[in-house]
Write a protein that binds this ligand. Structure first.
Ligand code: KG4
Ligand code: ZN
Length: 337
């Protein structure tokens, strides 16, 4: 029998609730906290308060839209890390309280495990082993999936995450937080060769580094402003985006060269980037392996991916006690590959 699970996600600035039945998402709601754009980044205290205000009604609305009763649930899941501790505690406490009240199991899900599988939610089985490029506002990682629950970290950013670089350089261009999507739109009108931004070198070919690129963009913007130049914003956005994506592409190709993979997939907010999607499509085509891209709605933070992971764990009887803590630094893999 297909299991039915309600999951809530509150690790950062999206309050989300979703219900999965087997492999299918039967309700998924996301309320984005717009208020943070006023401060140029997420204000943790505000995020927690807004989750508190929104979560209960959002979860009840998800149950209503799924056309089920609370008692039809086989388990309740919450994201328990990594993320902002105050924000995580709201979702974890809600999930545990509901599970206890219903007398159903509680499952604490790692947010990154949700992103890893986001292309598989409601879709065909992912051919394994798979190489995953996880690119969000907080993470830039290359991970190998050997099986459900068996992940190896191949490389990670040594400083800024790719999404963070988009947000910071977007800020220089006057784009409100989170800037990735709008920067990318601006980039589509620009000349991506006008400014030369180098791709950072790292000791490991699978690691990433974006702080140098961010500083180079800042120096370029300061020079253009000093010189009183006009009409450079779209060209800068395009040249910057090209540099970000070139680095991601380079590391993916290095990882594919070093191992044997049955598929390539990506996850996280930056997976919504059109240029990145096109580049990975071409790499996958050349290597003749399938590329699994999550739909836009499952790229950025959502509870559907958390519910999907929770259902797979319930199938394996992998549940948590109500003592499972929220952990802002929760790791996905304990040892590097
Ligand atoms: O996964 P996510 O929703 O939250 C985290 O867990 O961080 O990712 C949000 C990040 C932000 O940095 C945002 O600027 C970026 O994803 N992003 C994009 C695009 N859409 C969202 N970056 C580049 N191009 C996009 N189209
Ligand atoms: Zn995320």
């Amino acid at each position: 029998m297909a299991v039915t699970v309600l999951a809530v996600e509150t690790s950062c600035d999206e309050t989300a609730a979703a219900i999965v039945r087997g492999n299918d998402i039967i309700a998924s709601l996301v309320a984005t906290q717009e208020v943070h754009s006023l401060w140029g980044g997420v204000v943790p205290e505000l995020a927690s308060r807004l989750h508190q205000r929104t979560l209960t009604s959002l979860a009840h609305e998800a149950v209503k839209r799924a056309g089920i009763a609370l008692d039809d649930l086989d388990a309740v899941a919450s994201t328990v890390g990594p993320g902002l501790i105050g924000a995580l505690l709201v979702g974890a406490s809600y999930g545990k309280g509901l599970a206890a009240g219903l007398g159903k199991p509680f499952i604490g899900v790692n947010h990154l495990e949700g992103h890893l599988w986001s292309a598989s939610v409601g879709a065909d089985q992912l051919p394994l082993p798979a190489l995953v490029l996880l690119v969000s506002g907080g993470h830039t990682e290359l991970i190998r999936i050997d099986d459900f629950g068996r992940y190896a970290l191949l490389g990670a950013t040594l400083d800024d995450a790719a999404g963070e670089a988009f947000d910071k350089v977007g800020g220089l261009l006057g784009i409100p937080y989170p800037a990735g999507a709008a920067l990318s739109k601006l980039a589509s009108e620009g000349d991506d060769r006008r400014f030369k931004f180098a791709v950072a070198r790292t000791e490991s070919p699978f690691d990433f580094s974006y702080s140098g690129l961010k500083s180079a963009a800042l120096r370029q913007v300061q020079k253009l402003e000093q010189d009183g130049e006009q009409n450079w914003r779209a060209d800068l956005a395009a040249s910057f985006e090209r540099a970000v994506v070139r680095q991601l592409k380079q590391r993916v190709m290095a990882a594919l060269d070093a191992g044997t993979y049955a598929s390539l997939t990506l996850g996280g907010g930056v997976a919504a980037n059109g240029r990145l999607r096109r580049e990975l499509q071409s790499i996958a085509g050349q290597r003749k392996i399938p590329l699994r891209i999550p739909p836009m709605e499952y790229c950025t933070d959502n509870a559907a991916m958390i519910a999907w992971v929770a259902a797979r764990r319930l199938d394996r009887d992998d549940i948590d006690t109500l003592n499972r803590p929220a952990d802002p630094n929760l790791a996905l893999v304990s040892d590097p590959a």
